[in-house]
Ligand binder design. Sequence first.
Ligand code: SF4
Length: 214
Amino acid sequence: MVLPNNEHGCRPMRVLNLAGFLARSEVNGPGTRTVVWVQGCPHRCEGCFNKPFQPFSPATLIPVDTLAGTILSLGGIDGVTFSGGEPFAQAGPLAALGERLRAAGLSVVTYTGYTAEQLAEGHDPAWPALLAVTDLLIAGPYIAGLAKPDPLKGSSNQQAITLGMRIAIPHRATRARTARCRTEFTIAPDGTITATGFPAPALIAQLALRCRGA
Ligand code: SF4
């Protein structure tokens, strides 16, 4: 479902600008999780894997209640992961979505390019609401020079912070053992291929060559 912006170019607080959606993933946080990618990110990290999600332009505008209903009808998931794009750029709608999902017993993982210190300064009044529904926060920009195998983080500067009781961060040794299985490919009925997780730079380069037909 796609809804237009209102006459001021603004979206209602309970409408999300969605960049992507994956019903089930095992490489976007602990367990089996639905992934919600939001459109728009101010950080512009060099080496960003989701560059098409950076522009603050309308993608799929969807009411929070509709998306919540879709996720709650899936079954067999441990929770949802908010990624992007920058989830804290849409903190209000995501907080409302997270509240609905947590009430149904699901957990919430939120990725952000902001550091924990920046979030604590709270420039946006909706940020505390999104933090309040987040069980596990992965905070900090992606720094390509610090990329390292870790099933939770893209680069070693990022912090994994437990905020709720529903997710325990896997021990570092366990994460190191599973670090090689970090990329997941999903083929949709229409043939769209989604690659997610933390692919190695060499794999990304190979994929780019294949997509260009080289
Ligand atoms: S925060 Fe994430 S989506 Fe935004 S530029 Fe950095 S890597 Fe890309």
